[in-house]
Design a binder for this molecule. Structure first.
Ligand code: AMP
Length: 631
């Protein structure tokens, strides 16, 4: 076995040979002609000329060797449902779903928007799209009508698949009214809507447009649908994510590069072997759910657990009971979930047999050292922090313990993963920083590796303009994260360089929240910043200049307006985006040229020094915020 340093070097210096080898981890109908076509940077085309299919590799391929082995284990601690689908059963369900979508006119290249809770049908729908070459766009079920409408508008789906409701902490959240409202708001109208009826919430059906999942899939239960052989560079999916501007970006991913990247990551990073069980506690609405609930584990021939519910219901042992019951070998969660568990009785960590677990992988937000230490002590298992983004599709920084065992340094997500040529550059000069401990922006030198986003859906120029920045001598991809590197090459991530905040591992754009708050009639101006929080990592905090301050003299009136503004955000974007507090001020701190001083507001809200304020128009604006924050 080579050392990781050699493995990594080869991935950069002998790129094509390295990835040609990784490409053998999946089945190809036709072998790729070119490994990496980088002739039109930054648009890298991986495995061009090859044809393959994600669903074939995730499902059909395993029928010969493990038809009766568990493939999808669906557990809901909300409804009490628990069901295991073998690869054979999953194959049948996916074919039925594919036939149902075809019967609604879905063809290769058509978009299918999936707005669903964590139920098995969501995975069937995703795999069915992959099977027939339709492009899925999964929208997180926690988003509300305005967020959903902007995604419908941009992805222009032919069909939307949804369900009557999700459930969270025992509370039913109806999806259908939000979906109907989103379709009303969007200028694009889907031809059909396919609804799973879980019997949780009543639904009003739109005649001619809405169809029942159970009835339609049943009608096609004997139809067989072959996998469509797709070009490696065809589009597999679009997944929207937040950035600096209010409009979410559709991260577009390919088929072949993604399949190879995931298969390789299962082997080298996630220590997954066929026949084992993977448990990711994420949601299919996020990139972790795409890569490591649905595609990655199934590509590796593993069983994957899909879990609906909280980590602490019925008690804080629920996840560990699943690890014991299904002999989970790799588990993937987020630091926030660990911090939630940290508030519970630690005896739950010792109650179940966790000896099957090779490692717990944590990602999505910074993993603080005390939290890492607590869970490491409690589980007695390796904890592997890993850093990546919706854009990358798989870890950028981690430990590749499948190649060579390395020890974690708590607080660091580890080393650059193979295929990623990572640099730290100076924020304004773009000069590369090489000395240990120097803080810079984390950038990636092209070509980006397999699995990385191809472009922004429908907007190549936006991909180039947003992400690719010119530094002396070349153009590099910016992660928009600050980082430093230590003398051993371990990276530490120090937060975003842009206006994106990370609330409980959920990535949100402060501009989106500001736009939503601005729609309240009594809001003249607003600034939203991310403020450090001991449980959620960060929370959104809003500072609002009201139009009419006359009625806001007493606390009750201010609280009422604060509640009303929160409700607007809940209804438009979803509760995930709701600010933790809305404070009222007379004016916002701005520069003399009218630019909002967000970093200063954030610093003051976190009780830190506001930094250089030489350009501030009116210092009293910041003083007001300081006074509000005073204990
Ligand atoms: P998302 O696209 O939702 O996965 O969010 C990606 C962003 O989350 C990154 O750009 C980072 O700011 C943050 N992030 C993800 N994983 C980590 C990690 N392990 N440590 C620190 N920050 C992280």
């Amino acid at each position: 076995m080579s050392t990781y340093a050699e493995f990594y070097r080869r991935s950069i210096d002998d790129r094509d040979a390295f990835w040609a080898e990784q490409a053998r981890l999946i089945d190809w109908k036709q072998a790729p002609r070119t490994i990496c076509d980088d002739s039109k940077p930054p648009f890298t085309r991986w495995f061009a000329g090859g044809t393959t299919n994600l669903c074939h590799n995730a499902v059909d391929r395993h029928l010969a060797t493990r038809p009766d082995q568990p493939a999808l284990i669906y557990v809901s601690s909300e409804t009490g449902a628990e069901r295991t689908y073998s690869f054979r059963q999953l194959h049948a369900e996916v074919q039925r779903a594919a036939a149902a979508l075809r019967s609604l006119g879905v063809q290769k290249g058509d978009r299918v928007l999936i707005y669903m809770p964590m139920i098995a049908e969501a995975a069937f729908a995703m795999l069915a799209c992959a099977r027939i070459g339709a492009i899925h766009s999964v929208v997180f079920g926690g988003f509300a009508s305005v967020s959903l409408a902007s995604r419908i508008e941009d992805a222009t789906p032919k069909v939307i698949v949804s369900a009557d409701a999700g459930s969270r902490g025992g509370k039913v959240v109806a999806y259908k009214p939000l979906l109907d409202e989103a379709i009303r708001l969007s200028s694009h109208k889907p031809q059909s809507v396919l609804m799973v009826d879980r019997g949780l919430a009543p639904m009003e059906s739109v005649a001619g447009r809405d169809h029942d999942w159970a009835a339609l899939t049943e009608k096609h239960s004997s139809v067989s649908v072959d996998c469509e052989w797709l070009d490696s560079t065809d589009i597999s999916y679009i997944l929207y994510t937040s950035g600096t501007t209010g409009k979410p970006k559709g991260v577009q991913r390919d088929v072949g590069g993604y399949a190879v990247a995931l298969a390789a990551s299962m082997k080298h990073i996630f220590l997954g072997e066929p026949g084992e069980t993977y448990f990711s506690t994420s949601d299919i609405g996020w990139v972790v759910g795409h890569s490591y609930i649905v595609y990655g584990p199934l590509l590796a021939g593993m069983a994957t657990i899909m879990y609906e519910g909280l980590p602490i219901r019925p008690d804080a042992g629920v996840w560990w009971s699943l690890v014991e019951k299904y002999k989970v070998t790799s588990m993937f969660s987020a630091p926030t979930a660990v911090r939630v568990l940290k508030k519970q009785d630690p005896a739950f960590l010792k109650k179940y047999d966790l000896s099957s677990l090779k490692a717990l992988f944590l990602a999505g937000e910074p993993l603080d050292e005390p939290t890492a230490q607590w869970i490491s002590d409690g589980l007695g298992r390796p904890i592997i922090d890993n850093y990546w983004q919706t854009e990358s599709g798989w870890p950028i920084l981690a430990l590749a313990n499948g190649v060579e065992m390395k020890t974690s340094k708590f607080g660091s997500p580890g080393l650059p993963m193979y295929g990623y040529d990572i640099k730290l550059v100076h924020e304004s000069t773009g000069k590369e920083l090489t000395a240990p401990g120097e803080k810079g922006v984390v950038v990636i030198e092209g070509p980006t590796p397999p699995g990385f986003m191809q472009t922004v859906w429908g907007d190549d120029q936006r991909y180039v303009d947003t992400y690719w920045h010119t530094v002396p001598g070349r153009t590099v991809y910016s992660t928009f994260d600050w980082g430093i590197k230590d003398k051993d090459g371990y990276f530490f991530i120090l937060g975003r360089t842009d206006d994106v905040i990370n609330v409980a591992g959920h990535r949100l754009g402060t501009r989106e929240i500001e736009e939503s708050i601005s729609s309240h009639p009594n809001v003249a101006e607003v600034a939203v910043v991310g403020v450090a929080d001991s449980l959620k990592g960060q929370v959104a905090m809003a500072f609002v200049v009201p139009r009419d301050t006359a009625g806001l003299t007493d606390t009750a009136a201010r609280l009422k307006l604060e509640g009303d503004i929160m409700k607007v955000v809940d209804e438009q974007l979803g509760a995930v985006a709701r600010p933790s507090r809305v404070h009222f001020v007379n004016l916002l701190p701005k520069t003399r040229s009218g630019k909002l001083l967000r970093r200063a507001i954030q610093a003051v809200a976190e009780g830190r020094d506001a930094g250089d304020l030489t350009t501030i128009e009116d210092p009293t604006a910041l003083q007001q915020i300081r006074d509000l924050m005073a204990p």
